[in-house]
Design a protein around this ligand. Structure first.
Ligand code: TXA
Ligand code: MG
Length: 330
């Protein structure tokens, strides 16, 4: 199939909406990462999304809306806490897991009785959903297992010829995916850490907000993550990756030492270091793709984030997966 590349003008968004209305797939920008959009209410479209990404079909898709009213078509009962979070944060990088209505096909939710919903903070995405007239299922628009795309060029690299259209929006400002929060119980539980912190959720709801224990460390066979996607291999560059943790100066010295040693052995090495968690979030996936796909390095050395803030925690969650939990503590 020939993939068409579209801008974010009204005319081009209309073209994308036509494609989506006839059951096609179009990648679209959001504030977190690019999404692979398709009609969330059509089970055949969800199957096409899984096939294009090479994604296991038990891993549910996030449903993107542009207006609060659309929740009525998707969600059986909207808990009061969910309504408050939506009003405070949407449009924004928070995904809420809620009890689903029958209208949402099981194909979209990976067989689950719940649906994950979010309203993205990106004008082109919101307009596109409005023009379609239905919510868009939107997993990250990467081949399953690869780093999520933060620029349309990344989507082209992974999915050219496999989907109908790509909307060439701006690079994503957030750079890591939304915070997935289970809102079906009495207290909010974060199933995937992201750009919205548990402290922010606590501040809005005046309730404690915890992380799913299964996501806090190395994969443990005794703990099954409640977001099915968290159990898969993820964000992996082709190169081997090594993370260094510890005091900043020591980490820098250890990285430089290994860099010299490996380069002398004829190995091509890239180093990643960030000044803070915001910069790391915005750049990590793009940097991983650059050193991997453009520079074809054999080894990536990355400085872990020591900030201790919850964004650092979210970024480290991605870094550790990218590196297959390969850590040197210095
Ligand atoms: O920022 C984002 O969330 C991006 C942009 C495009 O919106 N989307 C995204 O989608 O990251 P995806 O499909 O790559 O990740 C969705 C995550 C997976 O870990 C999935 O298992 C979890 O959300 N999820 C989706 N529906 C769920 C549900 N009903 N219950 C539990 N986890 C769910
Ligand atoms: Mg993804």
């Amino acid at each position: 199939m020939d993939t068409v590349y579209l801008s974010t003008t009204e005319q081009d968004l209309l073209k994308a909406a036509r494609i989506l209305q006839s059951g096609g797939l179009a990648a679209f920008p959001t504030e977190t990462v690019y999404g692979l959009g398709g009609n969330a209410l059509d089970p055949r479209v969800s199957e096409k999304i899984y096939a294009a990404k090479g994604r296991p079909s038990d891993n549910p898709l996030i449903v993107h809306i542009s207006r609060m009213e659309q929740l009525d078509d998707l969600v059986r009962e909207l808990p009061e806490n969910a309504r408050r979070l939506a009003e405070a944060i949407w449009p924004g990088p928070l995904t809420m897991v809620l009890p689903k209505k029958d209208a949402v096909p099981k194909e979209t939710t990976g067989g689950l009785d719940t649906v994950a919903v979010r309203m993205p903070a990106n004008d082109a995405a919101l307009r596109l959903i409005d023009l379609c007239g239905f919510p868009l299922a939107g997993p990250s628009a990467n081949t399953s297992g690869r780093p999520s795309p933060t620029m349309w060029e990344h989507v082209k690299h992974d999915l050219d010829g496999r989907i109908d259209a790509v909307i060439m929006g701006e690079p994503c400002i957030g750079g890591i995916e939304s915070t997935v929060t289970d809102m079906t119980g009495p207290l909010p539980v974060i199933l995937r850490p992201g750009l919205i912190s548990p402290e922010r959720i606590t501040e809005i709801l005046e309730l404690p907000c915890s992380y799913d224990p299964a996501i806090s460390g190395r994969p443990d066979p005794a703990l099954v993550p409640r977001a099915p996607g968290m159990k898969y291999k993820h964000y992996a560059p082709k190169a081997q990756m090594q993370i260094f943790t510890g005091p900043v100066e020591k980490v820098a010295a250890a990285m430089q030492e290994l860099y010299r040693q490996k380069s002398a052995e004829g190995c091509s090495v890239a180093m990643l270091m960030y000044k803070d968690s915001g910069e790391a979030a915005a750049r990590l996936f793009a940097d991983l793709r650059y050193v991997d796909e453009e520079q074809h390095v054999d080894l990536i050395l990355a400085a872990g984030l020591s900030g201790g803030d919850s964004l650092a925690y979210s970024v480290m969650n991605r870094m550790l997966k990218s590196a297959g939990y390969n850590i040197i503590e210095v």
